[in-house]
Each structure stands twice: as C-alpha cells, then as structure tokens.
Write a protein that binds this ligand. Structure first.
Ligand SMILES: [Zn+2]
Length: 527
C-alpha cells in the first residue's frame, strides 16, 4: 500500500512514492525516433509509418490496452495537395495590364478543396482583417456577398487602442488573428479564395517560413471544406496590386483597424488556373489505455498527448550538404520519447482514474490528428479530465523553471504551481503570446472541444551560467525546423526527464483525484 499525501490547497492528492521517469528508455526512444532511418517522420511517408509501428509496439510491450478492438491505431483520412507550378498560371488583370503571380517569389498558393484542377476568373475584394466577431461587436464583412470573390486579407488581429487596451486579447494574438481562422471564416462566407498579405510583423515570421511551410505537398483532413484558393502573397506584391487598383494600402490598413471599416472592391480580377497533384491517404493516431483502478472513477481519463510527425524529407534543392532529413529531434521526437517513458513509469502504478497515452499525426500539417481525435474521440470528451501535451521538449539541460502554456485559461494553475514547487521548480507565469503559440499545438483542439489542456515543457532558466544558456538557446533556435535539428548522443537530457516527470506528476495528481479541472475561458473560436 502506498500512503496518500493530501495537498493543502485542494483535494488533489499525489502518491508519496510517485514512480520515476527513467532517462535510459527516454534516451533510447529519442535516439530511435530522431534517427535518419525514420526520414523525418513525414506525413504519408515511410518514415512516418515506421514511427507509428514503433509507438504501437511500445504501447503493446508496456501492456497498455487498445481503445478500438485490438488496434492501438485510429485512422485519420487526409488529402494531400501539391501545386504543379509549371502547369499553373495566375495573373491579376487590371486596367493597366496584367500582373503575373510568380509562384514562391510573389505568392505561395494551395487549395482548401483538394481537386486536380481549379480555374479562376474572380474579382478581388480587400476585407481588412477578415474578422466576423459579433461578441466583440466587430464585422469586417458588413454583409458583403463573398460568393465567387477572392478576399485579400491582413493576418493578425486589430491592435489594442488606448480606449480598448484589451480588445482581441491586447498584445497577445487572439484566435481571430490566426491565418487558420481567416480561412475558416472566408469559407463560411462562401468565398472563392483568400490571399493573405504577409508582413514579418503581422505574421510574426519571415516569408521564408511561409515558403518552407506551404510550398511543398500539404495535407488536410479529408473532411475539411476550405476555400478553392488559399495562400499568401508578399507585402511587395500586395503593394503592386493596390497600386494597380489605385488604392493606398497603408491608408486601408489604418482604416481596417477600426470598426467602421467596410470591404473595398479593388476593381481587379484574378484569372488563370492551378494544376494540383492530389492524393488521399490514411494516417494514424496511436493510443494506449492504462485503465483506472477505482470502479467509480475509471470512466474518467487523463490524456497525455504528443505528435509523432515532423516535416519528413526536404525537396532535393533544400538539402544542406546532402542532408534532406528533417529529423525533428526536439519537434517532436522528444515529446514522443518522453511520453513513452512517462507511460512506462505510469504503468508501474496505475491511478484511480484511467490514463490515455495518445500520439497524434499531422500536427505540422495543421493539427489534423488531434482535431480528428476531438471530433471522433475514442474516449468521451465529457469524461476526459484534461489533456497534457508534450511538444518540443528541452534537449539542452535542466532548468529552474517549468512551463505550462495555456494554464491561465484553466483552473489548473494552483496545482501546476504546487507540483512544480515540489520538484524545486518555478512555474512560469503566462507571457504575452504575440505569435499565437497557444493555437499552434495539439492541446488546442482539446480546448476548442471544451477539455482543459496545456502544453508542458521547460522554461529557459538553465542551471549554470546565464550567458552560456543564452548561447545554447540561440544555437537551438537556429536549428529548429531545419535539417540540422538532430539528436546528439552527448546532449544533456536532464531537462527532458524533468519535463516528463512534471507531466507524470500532474497526470497522476489529476488521475488520483475526484476533482475535475475546468476551462476558465473558451477562446473565441468562431462558429
Ligand atoms: Zn511540434
């Protein structure tokens, strides 16, 4: 029998002898999943299939239970689309002549309705931020009939003002600022397409990120119905479009930051065709159940999640000294390795509630695996106590702090702070979320579905001297999402073990408690 140690602040309890996450298995899983043999665990690729087979056999080995018959897999149907650039051509027709769109240079384009061929002859309309938010008394559409039209939109959300310092989450990005939302709303309005104007400051990343993320093959859930045309244009190209229309883009941007803004017909048409190489495929989420021990509580489950996919193989022309493999050692071989090590420790000491270890697919493609789980859950959402997500853990060494992104939107704060303290760590307070990171990992579909969810990881207060820690972080971010994001056997996994232990401690505290955390605020997610 293990003694129960009640905590003072709530009725949450933790076992006095919490099982310990071991570094050896964690390191072994990381080395395997980040190996060149897995070719970057691409979606629809052999390396991804290997990762799925590995995760499945590990869950089986740990004695976890499948959630669907005898299968640890959940099918996720995806559509892949790749623009055939040499067979596609688009131009803006204006009274002054034609403005051709040079693929990759001026525009990165795809489709939200995966079809082999798309033809366009459609008027362009500037619709500001493309936000329809009745609860914020904000509507950029003002009753515009969007059918058959291409919307030119700004990314991000209207900045705060002196009178309204907290509109659209103030300095942090709200969901209305995400390009994902812009596409969703435009599709609801029935638009023929969306061209998002890129700027470094509004996107919060440079054009190269748009190019790397969207110019190759992209996948989306087969059940998604987006806009026929979806893509980005550079700021420079946008200026040429507005000039051709005799409009002042800067003046329109200023107007778009007010409620009075009305959509502006640009008097230009987008003409041409896109040829798309398509394929439909089945990917897999992998999930294993550790049943709860208390007959009255085991219908409730704590979910731990980590995405297994990364970017796969780079196009040959993007190879760096012959290396084409996006190993994604941190993103997210680290989260999967930690989750397997957490599962191994948890399995030695089942809790009163059930625990589910969920490895989702296609995160890098738009959170499709986790979205698919929350749309077709293999465990009822009403009985899902919380989702603890692990994404891009720290492979640089132990820190004095712990991070739980999004905890401020839940009642989990006091528990997280107390459990961090018991590990000698400080829980990082919420920081302004300028780039909308909160909406960009697999905890978010859970939040959207009403389940309290956070992404756990380390902070940046590394043990040892601050200057060398800063250097380490800088070097790390230079490799992040590049082919050089590799596993190095000499790397210090002390921070990752710490992250994994923190996740387990939080999971066990929730799984041994009768308390159910809540979301404090449901971020506005459109209708
Ligand atoms: Zn990730």
């Amino acid at each position: 029998m293990r003694a129960l140690l009640p905590l003072l602040f709530t009725s949450f309890v933790v076992f006095a002898q919490t099982p310990k996450v071991q570094e050896a298995p964690l390191r072994a899983h990381l080395a395997f999943l980040a190996d060149d043999l897995l070719e970057g665990r691409g979606t629809g690729a052999r390396g991804g299939a290997l990762a799925v087979a590995y995760l499945e056999s590990q869950l089986r080995k740990l004695g976890l239970k499948p959630l669907q018959g005898d299968s640890f897999r959940q099918e996720v149907l995806l559509d892949g689309a790749r623009l055939r650039k040499n067979q596609s051509s688009l131009a803006i027709a204006s009274p002054l002549g034609e403005l051709p769109l040079r693929f990759d240079q001026d525009a990165v384009l795809s489709t939200g309705q995966v079809k082999a061929g798309l033809t366009f002859d459609a008027p362009l309309v500037f619709a500001g931020y493309g936000i329809h938010a009745p609860e914020a008394d904000w509507d950029d559409y003002k009753g515009l009939d969007c059918r058959g039209k291409i919307l030119v939109l700004m990314v991000n959300d209207p900045p705060p003002t002196k009178e309204e310092p907290s509109r659209f989450n103030g300095a942090s990005m709200s969901y209305y600022g995400r390009w994902v939302y812009k596409y969703e709303e435009a599709a609801r309005q029935g638009a023929a397409g969306v061209l998002l104007i890129h700027t470094d400051s509004t996107a919060t990343y440079p054009w190269s990120v748009v190019l790397n993320s969207f110019s190759g093959e992209r996948f989306q859930a087969a059940e998604r119905r987006g806009n026929p045309l979806e893509g980005w244009i550079t700021d420079a190209f946008a200026r040429r479009i507005f000039q051709a229309a005799g409009q002042d883009l800067e003046a329109l941007r200023t107007r778009a930051a007010t409620r009075e803004f009305r959509p502006v017909e640009l008097g230009l048409r987008l003409k041409g065709n896109l040829a798309i190489e398509t394929r439909r495929l089945t990917e897999f989420n992998v999930a294993g159940l550790l049943p709860g021990t208390d007959p009255g509580m085991k219908q409730d489950a704590v979910i731990y999640s980590a995405h297994w996919d990364h970017l796969g193989l780079a196009e040959p022309d993007k190879a760096v000294r012959g290396d084409r493999i996006y190993n994604g050692a941190a993103d997210n071989a680290s989260g999967c390795a930690a989750l397997l090590a957490v599962a191994e420790a948890a399995a030695t000491c089942p809790a009163r509630r059930s625990q589910i270890f969920l490895f989702v697919c296609a995160e890098e493609q738009g959170l499709w695996g986790s979205s698919s789980w929350t749309k077709h859950p293999l465990w009822p959402l009403a009985n899902s106590v919380a989702d603890l997500n692990l994404d891009s853990l720290n492979i640089l060494g132990p820190t004095r702090d712990a991070k739980a992104s999004g905890h401020e939107h839940t009642t989990l704060g006091p528990l997280l702070a107390e459990l961090a303290k018991q590990m000698g760590l400080r829980l990082l307070p919420p920081e302004p979320d300028l780039g909308g990171g909160y909406f960009r990992s697999d905890h978010f579909p859970f939040v959207r579905a009403g389940v309290p969810a956070v992404s756990l990881g380390s902070g940046s207060d590394f043990l040892g001297d601050a200057a060398s820690a800063k250097e380490k972080l800088k070097a790390f971010y230079a490799r992040y999402h590049q082919v050089k994001e590799e596993y190095d056997p000499s790397c210090d996994l002390g921070g990752m073990v710490q992250d994994a232990q923190f996740a387990l401690n939080v999971g066990l505290a929730l799984a041994n408690s009768r308390e159910t955390p809540r979301l404090l605020s449901r971020p506005i997610t459109g209708k």
